[in-house]
Design a protein. Structure first.
Length: 303
């Protein structure tokens, strides 16, 4: 089996694992006050406890208990500990240090205001759906790079596509898995995250939106910030509500980490692709970065 086929098998497996994780997270969200046991959670997805343990470990690199810790309010508040200062470091490709160890490393450019006002006229956008660690992902590319990334659960693909195409209604859309597939590996395979091969992004939005999205790129894995801190960072301290709107319109989810924006108290707030998925992404990142293991060893959890 060639490398491409092996990678597809890997993504198919993580997609299947995510369906189990998603249902488990839904159950946890609805019943967290009763602190469901591993046995109860496993029964809910028709697995044995050891099977559920293996799914979480394979998918996130951590146990179900550690994963639950990664999505608690305690962990969210810990992510926010340096919420303001984390945005003070300018983002640049090749930035080194422990906080950037797991970054995707991107380089980006924005469409001109004139091009944006044309609502995509004259622009050809290729799109394709692929299985990924967080359900189906819709990837949208131009000749300049990745322009869109959206998520969908099974059966919601058409709605996700319509949501994205409404953003640039005058563009020409062509389905092409051949054009979008290379981005799947680059985005979701941490082994491909390297400053030597930065991921090319193209932002299509208003000047204000682009400034907000650029600021989101400053948030490293294992950290989080708030809408008000983003507003202050871009010199618009009274524009928290407008920042929230721009964050919600982020067209390149996951890569531009709007999931790392939390409420001031650490609550998850909204997420365009569902709060359950936001919890899943943060838990997955915690396992990847080792942040939850470090906090666990320091006894910082009350869970």
């Amino acid at each position: 089996m060639d490398k491409e086929a092996l990678q597809q098998v890997s993504f198919d497996q993580t997609f299947e694992d995510y369906q189990v994780v998603r249902q488990t997270l839904k159950t946890i969200t609805e019943t967290w006050r009763s602190q469901p046991s591993l046995e109860q959670l496993a029964a809910d997805v028709q697995l044995q406890p050891i099977q559920l343990q293996r799914v979480f470990s394979r998918w996130a690199g951590i146990t179900p208990k550690q994963f639950l810790q990664a999505i608690t309010l305690d962990h969210a508040r810990a992510l926010l500990r340096d919420a303001a200062s984390v945005l003070d470091t300018s983002y640049e490709v090749g930035l080194s240090g422990p906080s950037r160890l797991h970054d995707l490393f991107v380089t980006h450019e924005a469409m001109t205001p004139g091009d944006y006002r044309k609502r995509g006229e004259g622009l050809v956008i290729h799109f394709g759906f692929h299985p990924c660690p967080f359900g189906y992902v819709l990837l949208m590319t131009t000749d300049k790079g990745l322009a869109g990334l959206a998520f969908a659960d099974p059966g919601e693909e058409q709605a996700a596509l319509e949501d994205m195409t409404r953003r640039w209604p005058a563009a020409a859309y062509e389905e092409s898995l051949e054009k979008t597939a290379p981005y799947l590996d680059r985005v979701f395979n941490p082994d491909m995250w390297s400053p030597e091969t930065p991921l090319r992004l193209v932002f299509i939005g208003t000047d204000f939106e682009v400034r907000v999205w650029q600021t989101l790129l400053k948030i490293p894995m294992g950290k989080a910030t708030t809408y008000s801190d983003i507003a202050a960072n871009i010199g618009k301290p009274s524009a928290s509500r407008a920042v929230g709107t721009a964050v919600g319109k982020n067209p390149i989810s996951f890569v531009v980490p709007c999931h790392r924006v939390l409420g001031r108290s650490g609550d998850m707030c909204g997420y365009h692709w569902g709060v359950t998925r936001k919890r899943a992404i943060l838990g997955w990142e915690a396992g990847l970065s080792g942040a939850v293991l470090e906090m666990e060893s320091q006894g910082q959890f009350s869970f």
